[in-house]
Write a protein that binds this ligand. Structure first.
Ligand code: ARG
Length: 563
């Protein structure tokens, strides 16, 4: 059932000046629900009929008739429509009950592949807030794309190659201790890296040169260099894995920058063959003069070393070939915007039409006390500790509010982790967000725990009523359940909007609205009252749990049934 279509058809039966689909596109949702469920501006048709819009509105309001529409009102040039609540409500709830978790599934994707480049932390460095954002946003986008019938490939493009590993190896060989690194890998490696930079600043004994030489060895496949690099990589991955387990995120591939080490030459050759390379101070670059805002893309340094962009080019070609993607998304902070514009511009210059399917999905900063944190200066918060702290706070909350809850630890983890994810996803991704554990763990306001708590409350009502899923709805008439039902009806449109904007916050904001609407209804109606509408109320409660749980799943969160 499509509510706008019902209205458009009923209008079209009276005035045939415009095709139904155009009428449908003109239909608006009024700001206030007492102005109707939908509203139709008559200007377009009035112009064609050469009559005044208010006159047409009043004629329409008198002549429109549909079994689904209870009444129409002309207000100035608008016709406001009020649906037959009980009938429509019944249909909406039945649809959700029938489709269950498939409710909201879309067919837009046609089973095509979308590659997502997400998370992508740098080895031997702490997992940063930026990587957390990439992980959480990317994972949710992938879930949303799957709901739209795309096939997704989640790639963790580890930052496991580059000149910094030469520096790290040099630093380790100078000052490092195996035992210390084994005990506490990332903080110890980070210390070495920071020390390298401090000492290099007052460089007396050619430290920078040494670092460069070690990277060269690494690139040339020197066994000592390689085995240290492998060790750093493995230790780092073990630490990252603990974070991914906490967040409940997994990947289809961990092919990072190093994987493209032997795949860059082919791309460089291709660039040469297409005569796109030019020399600048001994370095090889691709001029991007047709995009005036873009600096040239550096492909090889004067010493022959490849760069971040070179690897991204190789990766793009490899992925196109391997996955035949319809789109490829890079979920990376906005500070890398120019880089992705350059890579895309080079692919375009190479004559590949799929440059258009490359999308950088940027996001803003995650701040702590209003400040960005810099790993260079060694200011780190270990993300894993932060997540553990959120879980601990959730646990304290449960101990205070509901000490007899079964599975306390599991629920604390679901709530603690969920609070971090929701805090991130509820804002449009380009906004910077402030990381405050205290705020994100609140049970009121726009938080993860609020949504989860509303879900648990709805589940508890169903438990009390020994609700069975075969129940049917006969429809309800009160305004609160009507507002809630209309929101449930919007779910498929919400998914579509989230997809179009690559924007999980659309789902997060929506689910806050659903929870608020559910709670208002719950505050006004005795859901378990023994009267002839009890079954229909329970059906609505159940339909609401379906939509909340599915929305949380799309955001990458769990939905505890008790908390
Ligand atoms: N490792 C990079 C960083 O931490 C992010 C990689 C993003 N993906 C890419 N294809 N460049 O900055």
């Amino acid at each position: 059932m499509n509510l706008k279509q019902i209205i458009a058809n009923s209008i079209h039966e009276v005035v045939t000046e415009l095709p139904v689909d155009i009428i449908q596109n003109l239909i608006e949702k009024p700001k206030y629900s007492h102005h109707g469920d939908f509203s139709f501006p008559t200007f377009e048709i009035a112009k064609r009929k050469k009559i005044a819009p208010p006159l047409l509105a009043s004629q329409l309001s008198e002549r429109i008739s549909s079994p689904w529409i209870e009444r129409c009102e002309a207000v100035g040039p608008y016709v406001n429509f009020f649906f037959h609540k009980q009938k429509v409500q019944q249909q909406i709830v039945q649809t959700v009950l029938e489709q269950q978790t498939n409710y909201g599934d879309l067919t837009i994707g046609n089973g095509e592949n979308i590659v997502l480049d997400l998370s992508s932390p740098n080895i031997a460095k702490p997992f940063s807030m930026g990587h957390l954002r990439s992980t959480v946003i990317g994972n949710s986008l992938a879930n949303i794309l799957e709901k739209c019938n795309f096939n997704t490939v989640r790639i963790n493009y580890l930052g496991d190659w580059g000149t910094q590993f030469g520096k790290l190896i040099a630093a380790y060989l100078k000052w490092g201790e195996q035992e210390k690194v084994e005990k506490n890998p990332i903080p110890e490696l980070l210390k070495l890296y920071v020390r390298f930079h401090q000492e290099a600043e007052k460089d007396t004994d050619g430290l920078v040169e040494e670092g460069r030489a070690w990277f060269k060895k690494l690139e040339d496949g020197d066994e000592e260099a390689l085995s240290l690099w492998r060790w750093f990589r493995e230790e780092s991955l073990l630490e990252f894995q603990r974070i991914y387990d906490l967040l409940g995120v997994s990947f289809d591939s961990y092919n990072g920058e190093a994987f493209y080490n032997d795949k860059m030459e082919a791309v460089v050759n291709l660039l040469q063959h297409k005569q796109l390379l030019s020399f600048s101070d001994g370095a090889q670059i691709v001029e991007l003069e047709e995009e005036p805002s873009l600096p040239p893309c550096l492909i090889k340094k004067s010493d022959g070393a490849t760069l971040y962009a070179t690897r991204d080019l190789a990766a793009a070609f490899y992925r196109k070939e391997k996955y035949q993607f319809a789109k490829t998304l890079y979920i990376v902070g906005q500070e890398q915007t120019v880089h992705f514009q350059q890579v895309k511009a080079v692919v375009k210059k190479m004559g590949e039409s799929w440059y258009n399917d490359m999308h950088h999905i940027p996001f803003g900063l995650l701040l702590k006390d209003g400040k960005k944190l810099s790993t260079r200066k060694g200011e780190i918060i270990l993300l894993e500790n932060v997540i553990q702290e959120a879980i601990q706070l959730a646990q304290n909350n449960i101990a205070a509010k509901n000490p007899s809850l079964p599975n306390k630890e599991k629920v604390a983890k679901q709530v603690g982790v969920g609070s971090i994810i929701f805090q991130d996803l509820k804002n449009f991704r380009l906004n910077s967000i402030e990381f405050s554990l205290e705020d994100m763990l609140k049970f009121e306001g726009e938080t993860g725990p609020y949504v989860q708590y509303t879900f648990a409350r709805a589940c508890s009502i169903l438990r009390k009523a020994s609700f069975s899923e075969e129940l049917v709805s006969h429809g309800l008439q009160d305004t609160f359940s009507w507002e809630l039902s209309k929101l449930l009806y919007e779910f498929p449109e919400v998914i579509e909007r989230a997809y179009i904007g690559f924007d999980p916050s659309v789902v997060a904001k929506y689910i806050i609205d659903v929870c608020q609407s559910f709670n208002s209804w719950y505050g006004h109606e005795k859901i378990l009252n023994e009267d002839h509408s009890k079954k229909s109320r329970l059906a609505l409660v159940y339909a609401t749990t379906v939509v909340i749980e599915e929305s949380l799943r799309l955001l990458g969160m769990e939905a505890p049934t008790e908390m």
